[in-house]
Design a binder for this molecule. Structure first.
Ligand code: 5GP
Length: 192
């Protein structure tokens, strides 16, 4: 990948902060030529999630085989439990064709992209207005057992300490404002 390719944008932050919603809204309303990469996971689909739209839902065997054949850009075990990762096919071909790609990934994945492509990506950390707000949002999902909520909160505490490693930080207090701010930093960085 070179700087001649279309932009690669990493949007990260704790689970439950609303980063997928911010990115989905941005893509609905922008004229920037961008798409969100569909990433892969070994976790079970939640009700309503569709394979190939929300994620590629893979078995652990499929996931490991894809890593072993060098076809993952980055991957991580998230919450000590499931594999998550970005297939290269979701990124390289699009960027080469002039389509910018947004990765909505955890901070471990963001760290990996930082190592791989230090100068050729833009990274944005989405943070909650407060830790209590994040807790309320995670509990509001109601589709997750308590033990998993606690695990996500413990991970989030740790992730929030890494916010200053990103090019930009955006507080998701108001969705429309967060979307506007994300679009602004993307345009600013890529002169568009
Ligand atoms: P969830 O299970 O709530 O959909 O996602 C859990 C966490 O994994 C979220 O922070 C999400 O952004 C992150 N995630 C999703 N896809 C990827 C990926 O491809 N790579 C990495 N490193 N994290 C991912």
């Amino acid at each position: 990948m070179t700087k001649d390719h279309a932009p690669l944008i990493v949007v990260s932050g704790p689970a439950g902060v609303g980063k997928t919603t911010v990115v989905t809204r941005l893509l609905e309303g922008t004229n920037l030529c961008l798409r969100r990469a569909i990433t892969a996971t070994t976790r079970e689909p939640r009700p309503g999630e569709v394979d190939g739209t929300d994620y590629y839902f893979w078995s652990e065997g499929e996931f490991r085989a894809t890593i072993d054949s060098g076809r993952m850009l980055e991957w991580a075990v998230v919450f000590g439990r499931d594999f998550y990762g970005t297939p290269r096919s979701e990124v390289d071909e699009y960027r080469a064709r002039g389509v910018g790609v947004i990765l909505v990934i955890d901070v471990q994945g963001a760290a990996r992209v930082r190592e791989l492509l230090p100068n050729y990506h833009l990274s944005v950390f989405i943070e909650p207005p407060s830790f209590e707000e994040l807790e309320a949002r995670l509990r509001g999902r109601k589709d997750m057992p308590e033990e998993r909520v606690l695990r996500r909160l413990a991970t989030a505490r740790d992730e929030l300490t890494q916010a200053d490693k990103f090019h930009h930080r955006i507080v998701n207090r108001d969705l429309s404002e967060a979307v506007r701010e994300l679009e602004r930093v993307i345009r600013e960085r890529f002169n568009n």
